[in-house]
Design a binder for this molecule. Structure first.
Ligand code: PLP
Length: 282
């Protein structure tokens, strides 16, 4: 925290921190696989982009943050970890309501890598429900800033659990597919990929899928993804740092296509994990 390395149990923030009181914070999560960071530069770009948009400052530049993250991983002792960097607005020493008075705080931690999908779910594909009650309102929070505004997403999750699904997809106000709690979504139809273009976090794993598709000549575009496109897709998968590329085989209780993990999802997943061995991708 700030410039100190502490055991997790000793890391504390003030209850007056605007990050806690107003969700006035940004963060990023990157993963380390077999001792190596995966696409750290892209995560740092997004984190520093968020800081700039929120007018937050930290006393470290990119190299400084990278060094802290490496130290967190080394101190944690985990070879494969999930590493989070956070900046909160902080608390105002005078209790004022002016965010400029708050002292921004930087913290980071490394915990063991844990996937959204367990090995069994990776084999058979996730069961997902489209939330019936929750929609993501456009521009309430700039989705390009990675943020902790998860009220919609968590409500969507409960909506999904109520219908015995394992996770949720949320629609935007126009009724098109947006994203889920902590992941982006792709549909595969007739050998081409499509993912929602707007109102979503520009995920680094989403970006990696575009890069992989360019390498193996699979067409991939960002555009409007309708619920019908999702229901009639040949394959669906979700993407996130915590899990990579994860298959979805059941939507609202019905199988997607034949209900099995599809060949494009398999090919991309294999390639994604192979890139973790490639130093050019770290
Ligand atoms: N969408 C949301 C709302 C997220 O919180 C996340 C990750 O936490 C993602 C998408 C996936 O982004 P990434 O691939 O960078 O982990």
């Amino acid at each position: 925290m700030d410039s100190q390395y502490l055991p997790m149990s000793e890391a504390k923030i003030s209850v007056l921190d605007w990050g806690f009181l107003h969700s006035d914070a940004t963060y990023d999560t990157v993963h380390v696989w077999g001792g190596r960071f995966f696409r750290l530069d892209l995560h740092l770009d997004r984190f520093f982009g968020g800081l700039e948009k929120l007018r937050m400052t930290i006393p470290f530049n990119r190299d400084g943050v990278a060094e802290i993250l490496h130290n967190c991983v080394a101190l944690s002792g985990h070879r494969s970890s999930y590493v989070e960097m956070i900046c909160t607005r902080g608390a105002s020493p005078t209790f004022s309501r002016d965010p400029r008075d708050a002292v921004n705080r930087f913290m980071a931690f490394a915990i063991p890598y844990g996937s959204v999908a367990n090995p069994e779910q990776m084999q058979r594909g996730l069961h997902v429900a489209i939330s019936r009650t929750v929609r993501i309102p456009a521009a309430s929070v700039d989705p390009s800033i990675k943020n902790y505004h998860w009220l919609d997403l968590v409500r969507g999750l409960y909506d999904a659990y109520d219908r015995s699904a394992e996770t949720a997809l949320i629609l935007d106000m126009a009724g098109n597919v947006a994203e889920g709690p902590g992941f982006n979504v792709f549909v595969v139809s007739n050998g081409a990929l499509m993912t929602p273009a707007s109102g979503v976090l520009p995920g680094i794993t989403r970006r990696t899928v575009f890069d992989l598709c360019a390498e193996i000549d699979i067409p991939a575009v960002a555009g409007e993804v309708t619920v019908d496109a999702l229901r009639s897709a040949d394959e669906v998968f979700i993407t996130s740092t915590a899990g990579g590329i994860m298959p979805v085989t059941v939507l609202d209780g019905r199988p997607i296509a034949d209900g099995k993990v599809g060949p494009v999802t398999r090919q991309l997943t294999e390639l994604y994990w192979r890139k973790h061995e490639d130093p050019n991708w770290s």
